[in-house]
Design a binder for this molecule. Structure first.
Ligand code: MRU
Length: 357
């Protein structure tokens, strides 16, 4: 199998390289500019936080949850510095940020937890409230990274020697604030067995696999093969994929899992070729209040994300081509061999295993 690791020296992304909360500022690596440019953004207002999340400067379910929690703390800190009411500012920020993207439950979950802190602290010193919101946002960041490391440790036990692990979208440090979920499993498996290889779907339309997962794998020194999304079946038919491991944006109580568009198709192909299909996600992505995948809101994004690309300097489609652009799809639980969380390897029936943790 041709592989395309660059041989670049391994250079691990630290959590604070991905996103960091300072006093009155959030700094993050702008994922829209990767891999060609490593550009840092500084966010100082709720509007900038909403825009960074909506335009995918920061993306991936756990990472947007962390950004949301930091955004609420940022608004409170800014209000305090301006002599305004931090509580009011935090609540207004929470309302605006929690709806910036609808599918990943992590965003609403993390923002709601901050809003609950504001309500609980209603009579507290403004200074104390702001420090508490900042501390909670930083603690969430640390906790998500730890959850990912545990997912990696559990998940690697499922990958055989010399595994060829196909993954979709980007689920690495960039998507989680550090370490990664599905990519964390690839990383942990590779640490245990250096012959492990990744197969990376480019992930149309926004190419998170081609742009971001390859960039992370290069830095980690893990050999990979980049493929177009429509090549997965051919590689599986040739026996060139031993496992599929993907992340999730929201896992319903019955185990149905929403993830980047194209994931469902991969699960169907994997079943047809007897390739185990795994979902890796922290429990912050499990939404027991959503009964099934049919109840998950799927984000529909701009038509130009699909038709606006260029090839050889020319548009790939008529400028007004009618387009469908659902950003996520739902993989039914019956196609998922196991869901790997920080608590362990959860097997069907998921109604029972997810509820039990
Ligand atoms: O639209 P994106 O890039 O935010 O979509 C990201 C994904 O679908 C990831 O697979 C998912 O959030 C899991 S990240 C650990």
């Amino acid at each position: 199998m041709p592989s395309s690791a660059t041989g670049a020296p391994p250079k691990e992304l630290r959590p604070r390289d991905v996103i960091d909360l300072g006093e009155g500022v959030i700094t993050l690596l702008d994922q829209r500019a990767l891999p060609s440019q490593e550009r840092r953004l500084s966010l100082t207002s709720t509007g900038e936080v909403v825009e960074a999340i909506a335009t995918l400067a920061i993306r991936g379910a756990p990472a947007i949850g962390i950004a949301g929690a930091m955004g609420v703390a940022l608004a409170a800190r800014r209000a305090l510095e301006a002599g305004e009411d931090p509580m009011e500012a935090a609540l207004a920020a929470g309302a605006a940020i929690r709806v910036a993207r609808p599918t990943a439950v992590n965003l609403a979950w993390a923002v709601d937890a901050q809003v609950a802190r504001v309500h609980e602290a209603s009579s507290a010193e403004p200074n104390r409230l702001v420090s508490e919101l900042e501390g909670a946002a930083r603690a969430l960041h640390e906790a998500e990274v730890q959850r990912c490391e545990q997912i990696g440790a559990h998940g690697r036990t499922l990958m055989g020697r010399g595994a060829r692990i196909l993954t979709h979208c980007n689920t690495g440090a960039l998507a989680t604030g550090g370490y990664g979920t599905a990519l964390g499993i690839i990383r942990a498996a590779h640490e245990a067995d250096s012959t492990v290889r990744a197969v990376v779907d480019e992930t149309r339309p926004l190419l998170q696999g081609a742009r971001l997962t390859t960039w992370e794998l290069d830095r980690l020194g893990i050999t990979y093969t980049l493929i177009c999304d429509n090549m997965a079946a051919a590689l599986m038919a040739d026996g060139r994929v031993s496992n599929v491991v993907v992340g999730a944006d929201r896992i319903a109580a019955n185990g149905d899992a929403a993830n980047k568009i194209g994931t469902y198709g991969l699960a169907v192909i994997a079943r047809a070729h007897d390739v185990p299909f795994y979902v890796a996600a922290p429990t912050s992505t499990v939404d027991l209040s959503t009964p099934t995948g049919r109840d998950i809101a799927i984000e529909e994004r701009r038509a130009d994300e699909v038709r606006g690309l260029e090839l050889h300097g020319r548009p790939i489609a008529p400028a007004d081509a009618p387009v469908a652009n659902p950003a996520f799809d739902v993989t039914p639980a019956h196609l998922i061999a196991a869901i790997i969380t920080e608590r362990g390897v959860q097997r069907p029936p998921y109604e029972r295993s997810l509820a039990a943790g």
